[in-house]
Design a protein around this ligand. Structure first.
Ligand SMILES: [Zn+2]
Length: 436
């Protein structure tokens, strides 16, 4: 099938194609992944029950807990010799997310990212600069490979300072910037503070991923930079950063339906919801060879429309993610769970679960994490300089584990007690702007 025409299939053609793709995915998962065979048997469903794509609702869900529980190889559907790359990602759960890719998986992922770039107006003459936190390294790699596939010049997300990134952007005349909405605003705030005129930049497009792009923030980018903006949506567990992307109409994100089958369910009852209703996005991968995912619950709350877009594409469109229905925090595109922080604290103190408060500060549009940990002299018996050293070391360990920098502050239990949920932890948002 011609990949360029794939987004213009009729709804009947989509249904027919999805039926074929779903049947082969379910067959492969059932016969090669013991986890799926067991889950499907528990649900009383077999591959023979999938007569059409509508039968997808008979299949059991896959969750992030399932991926964590089956680390490292439990969800692989091909032998290791067929896998050419494994990504082990930080996750909000006990184990990393390990995703294998066959040579075909890699090629398809790169083709999809390149298609997303083409639709975003990016071409071989562009200079593409990617500015993302280390916690989004896999998205960064997919984007780099997709842009290189088009022949563009790529400046990957190297670990340099914000100011160095800005210098590179100006000196190399970056034409396409890929970042999160909050980090993008942070970059340009710093740029203005350094008295560097935004007009000196050569940006024609800013692609915003990892966080929801609001109309207000979009307008700020387009007005201040006199450039085009595009939003995209993706998850690490499947299909990468271009699972859904905007066309020039910017009225929702076209889902790459040749790679995934999307559904919207009620997050409480897990029942499918009609078109247009707000609920949790669930996706089934249909091209992934190494790690097929059946009915993966993303935790993201959105709506889907099946109406043909003004651009002519028939692929369904998801609206920007409104919120999450699980306890994962998304900070600068990186997902963090309370359980992950709790475990890090336990490992550092050796004292079992301790109460903590996560405070999200906004500094020049960028969310900063501060973790207030209830530590008393029974847990830490060292001197004050030793405590300072312990805090600095903890901050390094937490940054490595979470993927973004965070500040740690030991506090007395009584000072955070009123904020805690069930006496254990809480998340609080404080917005303030402090001087540079
Ligand atoms: Zn469109």
């Amino acid at each position: 099938m011609n990949r360029d025409s794939v987004e213009y299939l009729s709804q009947e053609q989509w249904a027919q194609w999805h039926t074929e793709l779903l049947q082969s995915t379910v067959n492969r998962a059932f016969s090669r992944v013991p986890f799926y065979k067991e889950r499907m048997r528990d649900a009383g469903v077999s591959p023979d029950d999938i007569g059409s794509v509508e039968d997808i609702v008979k299949l059991p869900f896959t969750t992030r807990d399932d991926i964590s529980d089956n680390y490292p190889y439990g969800l692989f559907s091909v032998p290791l010799r067929d896998i050419v790359r494994i990504h082990a990602l930080r996750s909000g759960h006990a184990n990393p997310v390990a995703r294998g890719l066959t040579a075909q998986d890699l090629r398809k992922r790169t083709e999809l990212t390149a298609r997303f770039f083409k639709i975003s107006g990016v071409g071989a003459d562009d200079i593409v600069q990617i500015c993302l936190d280390p916690g989004m390294a896999l998205h960064g790699q997919d984007l780099k490979e997709g842009a290189e596939n088009l022949g563009a010049l790529v400046i990957p997300p190297d670990p340099v300072s914000t100011f160095t990134r800005l210098r590179i952007m100006a000196d190399f005349k970056t034409t396409v910037l890929i970042t999160t909405p909050s980090y993008g605003r942070h970059l340009f705030e710093i740029f203005k503070e350094k008295n560097m005129p935004l007009a000196a930049l050569n940006l024609k497009t800013v692609i915003l991923i990892g966080e929801t792009l609001t109309d207000e923030v979009r307008t700020i980018f387009e007005r201040e930079l006199d450039c085009e903006t595009r939003a995209a949506y993706g998850i690490f567990e499947a299909s990468g950063p271009s699972m859904a992307y905007e066309c020039h109409c910017k009225c929702g994100l076209h889902i790459a339906m040749d790679h995934v089958i999307p559904e919207i369910i009620d997050p409480k009852t897990a029942k499918p919801l009609p078109e247009g209703e707000r609920g949790e996005l669930v996706i089934t991968t249909v091209t992934a060879r190494a790690n097929p995912l059946i009915r993966f619950r993303t935790g993201d709350i959105t709506r889907i429309t099946k109406q043909v877009c003004t651009c002519g594409r028939t692929s369904w469109r998801m609206m920007p993610v409104e919120s999450r229905c699980d306890n994962l925090l998304t900070v600068r595109g990186v997902k963090i769970s309370a359980g992950q922080i709790e475990k890090l604290i336990s490992d550092r103190t050796g004292a079992g679960p301790l109460p903590f408060l996560v405070v999200l500060h906004k500094w020049k549009h960028l969310t900063q994490i501060e973790i207030l940990i209830a530590i008393d002299e029974k847990i830490f018996m060292g001197s004050l300089p030793q405590l300072h050293r312990w805090v600095r070391q903890s901050e390094e360990i937490f940054q490595e584990a979470i993927g973004i920098s965070c500040r740690i502050r030991p506090v007395e239990f009584e000072s955070i007690k009123p904020c805690l949920q069930e006496g254990r932890f809480a998340v609080s948002e404080e917005e303030f702007n402090k001087g540079c």
